[in-house]
Structures are given as structure tokens and as C-alpha cells.
Design a binder for this molecule. Structure first.
Ligand SMILES: Cc1cc2nc3c(=O)[nH]c(=O)nc-3n(C[C@H](O)[C@H](O)[C@H](O)COP(=O)(O)OP(=O)(O)OC[C@H]3O[C@@H](n4cnc5c(N)ncnc54)[C@H](O)[C@@H]3O)c2cc1C
Length: 389
């Protein structure tokens, strides 16, 4: 029991919001998640969860299920579009060192696991939060259907475009990375990949293939393009095939072209990639931000969702240990800000490197990656993934 926190509202039923609700519920706080989507659907494509996230999920009691539902990644490689391996690292070493594996999981499976850990009725779908008001006694969240809900704490886990962050800090501007991303999942003989996740680096574009288990493959692609492209699903698939059709084919069943061609156009997800420079504040009064709403990062290190789970645990612990709401939220900020800022900045720089377009710059980059000893590459990954909440 937390004496200054009886009831909390979470806006946003993504990985961050659900993890935060689970952590608070486990501490005896009455918590409700309000999600704008009408129903829990087949969300997203694949997700890579590094040892830092698996260990955090274990603390929520969900580690085993996540590992069981996903596929272990044994090795990661960076290759040229022609298939030459520039760099590689054994994820088995990471598991040995940090005590948790690297897992690729379908987002829908991840959501199911998180949802099943919440008490019945703890999530209300179709609730679009339009804003909040707060006073000394509590905070009231308002919803588009006219309803209002009151609580001691409001957690804004409403994603990178967070309406709650806009109300708290209207001056925060998103930063467009200069590239877009496509993602998909396709049924294919994932055992052909033998647990290896590969990212191909071309000129101004990248392609990733990740085994997802149960004969499914998660793929993603990026390309330097202006934001706000307006094209149909079919046109987008055509663009993708045009960009990547000549890329390396390790095996026919998992060739770049084959996995794109086998994915229905409407099932291909498309995002302009944004982040924002690290913020100096995530809270005001009884309202606090979490996950992408607080620390959105480009996906280059595969750490956005991992950090959202970490932040959820830290927030819950700070609330449990704190003497009042104000000092707990301050503690949460001071524990989480340095790490999330480091990852956001590093991921941004990594994206710039990966998306280089000039042929000479690309040649030099590839040479640098090829010459860098695997041990050095491993060290830089370890700092991100060896963290324990
Ligand atoms: C291409 C790509 C690949 C990625 N790959 C990885 C990866 O491999 N590993 C990894 O760790 N991370 C990855 N990420 C990052 C990861 O997806 C995010 O960091 C993570 O989903 C953030 O979770 P969240 O809960 O904070 O936000 P979200 O997942 O965005 O959830 C926010 C929720 O809030 C809801 N919402 C928004 N506004 C309102 C409102 N007004 N009222 C009610 N509800 C609202 C939304 O509907 C949504 O459900 C990737 C991201 C991208 C774009």
C-alpha cells in the first residue's frame, strides 16, 4: 500500500502503459488504463527485447511467458546489401554475461501477455483522453465521450505524439530523422535463419530480417525520404520492392524480395521516424509521462519498448519508496533521465550512420564497421542491454 496513492489513471494501453499498470497493481494501487483504440487487435509487427527488458519483465512476473512466446536470437549481423558480413556478435554471450536472452516476439503476443497480467476491468478501450485538470486534492482526466475520471496520479503513456505531453509541455517539438520505416511479419521457414538476425546496410536504406519463431519472420526496412508520404498500401509495397528487390538472398525462402512480396500490402506498417531531444522535465504536479511520451527514441538500438518497461518498474518503485508523490516523481525523473537520454542520443547518431547515402561515405562507414573488432561492437551493445532496473 502506498499511503499517498490510492488510485492511478494510465492513459495509453501500449507496452509502457500496460507495464506501468501491472507494476502499480502489484503494489496494491487501484489502477485503470484508458486506451483510445476501440479494441485490442493485432498490433504491430515484431519487437526485439534485449536482456535489460527480459530482466525487467521477470520482475513483473512475465519473463518466462515472454521468452516462451518469442524466439531466441543467437547472433546479430550487419551485412552489405550483397551479403558480406561487416560485423557480428553472439547474443549467447550476452545471455551468459547478463543472465537473460535476446528475444524477438510478435507485438500482438507481447500485448496479450501484458493484458493477461492485469485484473479484469483494468483496461477501458475506446477512451480518447482529451486533457486533464489538477488541483491539490487530485487530477481529473477528460475523455472525448464526455466522461471524466478522477485519481491521485495520472500517467501519460500515450506514445510519441502524446496529447498529455502537449498539454504539459507544448514547446516540445518532434525531430524528424529524415527516414521512414516499413515493417511486416510473414509466414516462412524461420529455422533457415538459425536464430540469426541480420541488418543489411545500403546507401540511404537498410533492411532487417529477424526470426520470430513458429515459422514466422519479422522484417523491417528504412529509406531516406521526406515525412508525410501519402500513398496507398499497394503503392508503398511497390516502392519497397523497387528499393530492395536486388538485395542479398541468403536462402530463397528468406530472401529480402521474397519476404516483402509475401507480405500483404495492407499488413505492411509504415512510420515516419521521429524522436525528440531529451527533456528536462517529465512531470507537473500529479501528472507524469512514461515510455515514448517521455523518452521517444529512434528504433536503431531496439530499445524504445525495453526502456518503457524499465521506466514502469522504476516509477512504481519510486512511488513505493517515496514519502510523498512529489518526491517520488522527482526521484523517478532523476533515475531515468540520464539513461534514456544516453540511448536517445546514441540511437539518433547510429541512425545517421546507418542512413548515410553518399557512396564514398558509405564505403568508409562499411570499412570502419568491418575493421572494428567484434569485441568493441559488443562492448557498446553491452552498455545498453546490460542495465538492470
Ligand atoms: C519501426 C520501429 C521498430 C521498433 N522496434 C523496436 C524494438 O525492436 N524493440 C524495442 O524495444 N522498441 C522498438 N520500437 C520502439 C517501440 O515501438 C516504442 O518505444 C514502444 O512501443 C513505446 O511504447 P509506449 O507504450 O510508450 O507507446 P505506444 O506503443 O505508442 O503506446 C501508446 C498508446 O497510447 C494510446 N493513445 C495515444 N493517445 C491517446 C489518447 N489521447 N487517449 C487514449 N489513448 C491514447 C495509443 O493508441 C497507444 O496504444 C520500434 C519502433 C519503431 C517505430
Amino acid at each position: 500500500m502506498i499511503h499517498f496513492l490510492k488510485r492511478a489513471i494510465v492513459v495509453g494501453g501500449g507496452i509502457g502503459g500496460l507495464s506501468a499498470a501491472i507494476a502499480l497493481d502489484q503494489m496494491g494501487v487501484e489502477v485503470t488504463v484508458y486506451e483510445q483504440a476501440g479494441e485490442v487487435g493485432e498490433v504491430g509487427a515484431g519487437l526485439i527485447l534485449w536482456p535489460n527488458a527480459i530482466k525487467a519483465l521477470r520482475k513483473l512476473g512475465l519473463g518466462k511467458e515472454v521468452v516462451k512466446s518469442g524466439a531466441k536470437i543467437f547472433r546479430g549481423e550487419i551485412c552489405t546489401p550483397a551479403g558480406k558480413i561487416l560485423s557480428g556478435w553472439d547474443s549467447g554471450d550476452l545471455e551468459f554475461r547478463f543472465g537473460a536472452p535476446v528475444i524477438a516476439i510478435h507485438r500482438a503476443d507481447m500485448h496479450k501477455i501484458l493484458l493477461s497480467a492485469l485484473p479484469p476491468g483494468a483496461i477501458r478501450m475506446g477512451m480518447v483522453c482529451t486533457g486533464f485538470q489538477q488541483d491539490d486534492e487530485g487530477v481529473t482526466a477528460h475523455f472525448a465521450n464526455g466522461q471524466s475520471e478522477r485519481a491521485d496520479l495520472l500517467i501519460g503513456a500515450d506514445g510519441i505524439h502524446s496529447p498529455l505531453r502537449r498539454q504539459l509541455f507544448p514547446e516540445v517539438a518532434l525531430r524528424y530523422s529524415g527516414y521512414i520505416a516499413w515493417r511486416g511479419v510473414v509466414a516462412a521457414a524461420d529455422e533457415n535463419l538459425r536464430g540469426i538476425s541480420r541488418e543489411y546496410w545500403g546507401r540511404g536504406k537498410r533492411f532487417g530480417i529477424v526470426p520470430l519463431g513458429n515459422r514466422r519472420i519479422y522484417w523491417y526496412a528504412t529509406a531516406n525520404l521526406p515525412s508525410g508520404q501519402t500513398s496507398s498500401a499497394a503503392q508503398r509495397k511497390e516502392t519497397l520492392l523497387r528499393h530492395f528487390s536486388r538485395w542479398h538472398s541468403p536462402l530463397k525462402s528468406v530472401a529480402v524480395k521474397t519476404v516483402i512480396a509475401a507480405t500483404p500490402a495492407e499488413a505492411i506498417l509504415y512510420n515516419d521516424i521521429y524522436d525528440f531531444p531529451p527533456l528536462s522535465q517529465w512531470r507537473r504536479g500529479r501528472v507524469v509521462l512514461l515510455g515514448d511520451a517521455a523518452h521517444a527514441t529512434t528504433p536503431n538500438m531496439g530499445q524504445g519498448a525495453c526502456m518503457a518497461v524499465e521506466s514502469s518498474l522504476t516509477l512504481a518503485r519510486c512511488l513505493a519508496d517515496g514519502k510523498d508523490l512529489r518526491s517520488s516523481l522527482r526521484q523517478y525523473e532523476s533515475e531515468r533521465m540520464p539513461r534514456t537520454a544516453w540511448i536517445t542520443r546514441r540511437s539518433h547518431r547510429l541512425g545517421r550512420l546507418g542512413q548515410l547515402e553518399n557512396p564514398i561515405a558509405c564505403l568508409l562507414r562499411n570499412l570502419l564497421v568491418w575493421l572494428t573488432p567484434d569485441q568493441v561492437m559488443k562492448k557498446s551493445i553491452e552498455k545498453a542491454v546490460g542495465y538492470e532496473v
